[in-house]
Design a protein around this ligand. Structure first.
Ligand code: G4P
Length: 523
């Protein structure tokens, strides 16, 4: 690689966040098509072609037609190298979905314009907001009758608490969709080519259309112009710094299915989205991507992609320096040297051995049980330890025990490993010591059960406890008598005490009763 600075400046690493069915897969496929990665649409998700879900450990995935793993797709487009980190697109998302957001430089939020903001988008957006990740919005399905664009923008601002700026504006929608008014390049993108075969019409300096154009007499066009005028006068300014701080979301409209507005969205997005930037260590130092020293962190561990080999893959986001196959790195946590020889990168339908990679790229390192989520690896002598990845507060809980009491050993081994990998959270009841599992989505329990049985030969019994509100308590303030059936006292795997409240009412009751006690949630 000749010029690493050049390579870094070309990288755009992002995740698409959305609610299931908003069109994430469709838009991803369109983008891959622009990049020439897939020949036909429909190769991203196993449910459509069976191409991607090759590994059969993912029977769950195939059975339920969902993507359990977040995959990483890399392709080139418009002079940039793009890494899309896919987040599982099912409402049973897991902590992996959240953690993926720790490894991106920006996010694209796809929203169904008939539905507006839905719960999963909101949850994921909360993380994006806390991390100040720049976020771009794509209102999808413009070919269908959707909600009023002004209303959609207002909802975005109200519900998510972020400023918005329209990059384009729909000219009609559904049956009467005419096109998009692109503010950023003063053009109309036509939904269907006009009589002369044009797909685009340049606008005049004042943003109007030249005399004689058929659109000029069209009421839908005039309505759109009025709205554009309104949002331009009353709305926010396009402020690139505010975009980079994650305070302003550029908004685009389009239709992924009919490939309308997707290419111009991607091009504009690539222009405004940030390249990889510095990351902070626990000591507060910033590690710049251009540094000579290679560094990266593990944000996800995927087990048994190949069931024959029982291998695990640690997904590493490169933060600084250049990765070269066969290089020696140090695993900071254990001060252990590791040679990175068996490393893959992920394409839409294949995994390839990778020779070099730069900041922004994601590499998959074969792992025999060495890595943990949040680990830092680095080359050279200077120690680098990045800030810990946040843990997310689980909402769902189940008691877990071994079905066969004679098989405690494999049960404990399996739990220990899967918890270390970050598959699920483990707690134990304060007095009885019974194991309790916590997750952000139901799917995590299913994956856990499946893997316990298939990898550790341990059949388990799961006993649902339902939704709980987990709140950590300062150990010095803890009195065991505070526990009751409505606020179960448990310890986490770091021996820290927390209460599992039955509901908000129980939490409020507790706070009233013990006003001095501080309760804390994770992200
Ligand atoms: P997801 O990954 O966010 O879950 O959504 P996905 O892309 O799978 O899209 C969900 C459904 O919405 C699909 O239809 C897809 O064809 C449709 N869709 C996506 N973008 C648009 C759009 O711009 N306009 C319209 N009208 N529909 C769109 P499906 O019938 O559920 O799936 P399929 O079996 O047709 O693939």
């Amino acid at each position: 690689m000749s010029n690493i600075t050049d390579e870094i400046s070309k990288r755009r690493t992002f995740a698409i966040i959305s609610h299931p069915d908003a069109g994430k897969t469709t838009i991803t496929e369109q983008m891959l098509l622009f990049g020439g990665v897939v020949r036909e649409a429909g190769t991203v998700k196993g449910k459509k072609s069976g191409n991607f879900a090759k590994s059969d450990w993912m029977e769950i995935e195939q059975k339920r037609g969902i993507s359990v793993t977040s995959s990483v797709l890399q392709f080139d487009f418009d002079g940039k190298r793009i890494n899309i980190l896919d987040t599982p697109g099912h409402e049973d998302f897991s902590e992996d979905t959240y953690r993926t957001l720790m490894a991106v430089d920006s996010a694209v939020m796809v929203i169904d314009s008939a539905k507006g903001i839905e719960p999963q988008t909101k949850k994921l957006f909360e993380i994006v907001k806390q991390r100040h990740i720049p976020v771009f919005t794509f209102f999808n399905k413009l070919d269908r009758d959707g909600r009023d664009p002004l209303e959609l923008m207002a909802e975005l601002e109200d519900i998510l608490g972020i400023d918005t700026y329209p990059m384009n504006w729909p000219i009609g929608s559904g049956q009467v969709l005419q096109g998009l008014y692109n503010m950023y390049d003063n053009k109309v993108e036509l939904y269907k080519a006009d009589a002369n075969g044009n797909k685009e019409i340049p606008l005049e300096a004042d943003g109007n259309i030249a005399d004689g154009n058929v659109l000029k007499e069209n009421k839908i066009w005039r309505d759109a112009l009025d709205e554009v005028e309104l949002v331009q006068m009353a709305g926010n300014q396009l402020d690139e710094d505010a975009i980079l701080r994650g305070e302003l979301s550029p908004v685009f409209f389009g239709s992924a299915l009919t490939n309308f507005g997707v290419e111009s969205f991607l091009k504009t997005y690539l222009k405004y989205a940030p390249a990889p930037s510095a990351k902070h260590t626990v000591d507060g130092d910033a590690v710049e991507p251009e540094s000579d020293q290679f560094s990266g962190f593990v944000f996800k561990i995927q087990a048994n992609m190949n069931p024959q080999h029982r291998d695990r893959i640690a997904f590493v986001r490169i933060v600084s320096g250049e990765f070269q196959r066969g290089m020696d790195v140090t695993l900071g946590r254990e001060n252990k040297k590791i040679r990175l020889s068996n490393v893959t990168q992920f394409m839409a339908d294949s995994r390839e051995n990778v020779e070099t990679a730069v900041p922004g790229d994601i590499i998959g390192v074969y792992d025999t049980g060495t890595f943990q989520i949040g680990d830092t690896i680095f080359s050279g002598k200077k120690q680098i330890q990045f800030e810990d990845l946040p843990t997310f507060t689980p909402e769902l809980f189940m008691r877990v025990s071994a079905k066969n009491v004679m098989k405690q050993k494999s049960f404990h081994k399996g739990i220990a490993q899967l918890v270390q990998e970050g598959t699920i959270q483990l707690y134990s009841a304060w007095s009885s010591g019974d194991y309790i599992l916590g997750a952000v989505g139901q799917l995590q329990f299913e994956v856990f059960k499946f893997r316990m049985e298939n990898e550790y030969n341990s059949e388990i019994v799961l006993e649902p406890m339902g939704h709980k509100i987990a709140r950590w308590i300062n150990p010095e303030q803890l009195d065991e008598k505070m526990a009751s059936s409505r606020n179960l006292l448990v310890r986490d795997r770091f021996e820290q005490p927390l209460f599992l409240f039955e509901n908000q009412f129980a939490e409020r009751w507790f706070k009233d009763k013990y006003p001095k006690v501080e309760l804390e949630s994770k992200l």
